[in-house]
Design a protein around this ligand. Structure first.
Ligand SMILES: Cc1cc2nc3c(=O)[nH]c(=O)nc-3n(C[C@H](O)[C@H](O)[C@H](O)COP(=O)(O)O)c2cc1C
Length: 171
């Protein structure tokens, strides 16, 4: 199955994570797309889609993602499996932690994708997030905090990828 990872990044953290995911992905081809210079329409050629998005400016969508935000509404994600990675700062912005990941998730779900890769909130400290499951025990994707918990990132990525591959049946 062909996989693609779409990401946007302002100060480089999400770009670095995209490179790490590509380096760790061992379930066939994984193509990276920086949304600053790629159209989301490329998603139609892939079965597995990973979306990586940081939150900026008190719960706002990162600037390059904002440029392609309305493209999502033109696309059909039915029959595709999608997973999300959200970057944020839980202590600097505890009321808006990884909000943009939740906002993107809601749009992609509305266009028919099946979601894999929910991730426990244990080990994080924050007040509110738009990226939680209904029972608030999980994020709807992998939350990463490069500002305060960078030392946990590699292990989180490794564990999450194992889980995602299992859920996708591509391990
Ligand atoms: C001005 C500013 C506003 C931010 N706002 C939020 C926010 O509302 N929620 C959050 O979780 N993180 C917030 N962050 C943290 C960034 O999401 C975090 O630093 C992320 O790793 C940046 O990713 P990037 O380098 O790929 O752009 C903010 C950071 C800055 C500098």
């Amino acid at each position: 199955m062909k996989a693609a990872l779409f990401y946007g990044t302002t100060t480089g953290n999400t770009g670095d994570i995209a490179d790490k995911i590509k380096g760790s992905w061992d379930a066939g081809e994984l193509e990276l797309f920086d949304v600053a210079d790629s159209s989301l329409s490329a998603a139609k050629d892939f079965d597995i889609l990973i979306f990586a998005i940081p939150t900026w400016d008190y719960g706002e969508v990162q600037e390059d993602w904002l440029e392609v935000w309305n493209e999502v509404d033109q696309l059909d994600f039915s029959g595709k499996q999608a997973a999300f990675i959200g970057l944020g700062d839980q202590f600097g912005y505890p009321e808006w932690f990884v909000d943009a990941m939740g906002m993107l998730h809601d749009k992609i779900v509305a266009k028919g994708a099946e979601i894999v890769g929910h991730w426990s909130v244990e080990g994080y400290e924050f007040e509110e997030s738009k990226a939680l499951t209904d029972d608030k025990k999980h994020f709807i994707g992998l939350a990463l905090d490069e500002d305060w918990q960078r030392d946990q990132t590699d292990e989180r990525i490794s564990d999450w990828l194992d889980q995602v591959k299992l859920e996708l049946g591509v391990f």
